[in-house]
Write a protein that binds this ligand. Sequence first.
Ligand code: NAP
Length: 244
Amino acid sequence: MKEKTLLITGASRGIGAEIAKLFAQNGYNISFCYKKSDIEAKAVEEELKKFNIKVYSQKADLTKINEVKNFVENSIKVFKRIDVLINNAGVSLQKLFIDCDEKDYEYIFDSNFKSMVLTTKFVLPNMLKFKGGKIINISSIWGEIGGSCEVLYSASKSACIGFTKALSKEYGLENIIVNAISPGFILTDMNKNLSENEIEDYKNTLSLNKLGTTQDVAELALFLASKKSDYITGQVIGINGGAY
Ligand code: NAP
């Protein structure tokens, strides 16, 4: 394979870290950012380097335009070309909508949606310059069907779907392929507050009666980044064990 680079947001933990590892294992150079988990990020970086690829990591709060710009500019300095962008960083909030305030709105939409918009804005010129690229946005099942007590989170993930579809139309002729992955429940730090009973109840609603893993999501991301999926664009690929 010719040398390729993945730029992924939020790869210090969870789904992002797993995706970075699978891509590294498959020969991609990796540029990743994270918000605060220095120790975890260092550990991910060390693991990625074992695959004999180039790695760049930076602490960057993606809710702040200057930090996004700086992270993307530094990544391009190191790797010249970004072949694949995965907008993965995100946060959740479980709260009744009636109790949510403007701060909650800003926290969720800035972390989940503004971060995606800004990162894409700064990566896109590089993809246009090299006449192609793949963008994969991590949405959520709740962005498709809506989740009770997660109204703001669900709405931010629906925004991700609209963004994906529109962007795929605007840049299709430039050979830029844009899709969204929509995972169901995947056990990570994001949902570690749920009780065993709650997790069991959710599992019992699934056709496959088992939870998805970060590896399942990473395999789908690798497929969407590969040539095998070159005719897929503007799609939302659900990976949820048959939740609906
Ligand atoms: P996670 O384990 O909590 O990890 C979140 C990652 O995003 C961390 O690397 C975190 O960095 C980073 N991040 C958060 N806010 C950031 C910011 N402002 N700037 C930079 N980095 C930031 O979450 P996850 O479960 O892997 O989720 C990954 C993505 O999948 C999210 O978009 C989430 O909404 C989506 N998703 C998850 C599930 C699920 O069940 N887990 C289901 C559907 C969709 P730090 O470590 O430094 O905080």
